[in-house]
Design a protein around this ligand. Structure first.
Ligand code: 2BA
Length: 109
């Protein structure tokens, strides 16, 4: 058995939830926040048999899109005048960040 942790953008979470449901994949959805953009994203926990890991990875791949986001980055224009401004920096986010971990034991009591 494996634990798949998938971090996706909030815009994709509904599509992914539905795809898991239709494929009979059990998942838990957590609201999370990215450390870099400090924007909301969604983390899915999926406990799955080893022979279904590739199937789950395919579902995640199909349901997650990469998108460009812009972050305001402070820039100092002139050190001597201490004038600072910010300019938008383009960041490519996603599709999905996925970890696959071994599970030692799994119980449902
Ligand atoms: P955030 O941390 O908000 O990062 C959003 C996007 O900003 C990242 O997209 C990446 O393109 C960029 N980024 C992140 N850290 C950066 C840095 N130090 N310098 C320059 N650009 C940076 P993704 O890589 O697709 O990541 C999407 C979200 O997945 C992340 O949101 C974070 O919540 C999670 N994530 C990504 N890598 C992770 C890791 N190694 N461990 C845990 N969570 C991770």
């Amino acid at each position: 058995m494996k634990l798949i942790i998938a971090i996706v953008q909030d815009q994709d979470q509904n599509v992914l939830s539905n795809a898991f449901y239709e494929s009979n994949v059990r998942a838990t959805k957590l609201s999370s926040t990215g450390g870099f953009l400090r924007a909301g994203n969604t983390t899915f926990l999926v406990g799955i048999e080893e022979n279904r890991v590739d199937e789950v990875l395919d579902i995640i791949k199909q349901s997650s899109k990469a998108r460009a986001q812009y972050v305001s980055s402070p820039v100092n224009l002139d050190v001597s005048l201490d004038v600072s401004a910010s300019y938008p920096v383009k960041v490519e986010v996603g599709g999905a960040t996925v970890f696959v971990l071994p599970i030692d034991q799994f119980y449902r009591f």
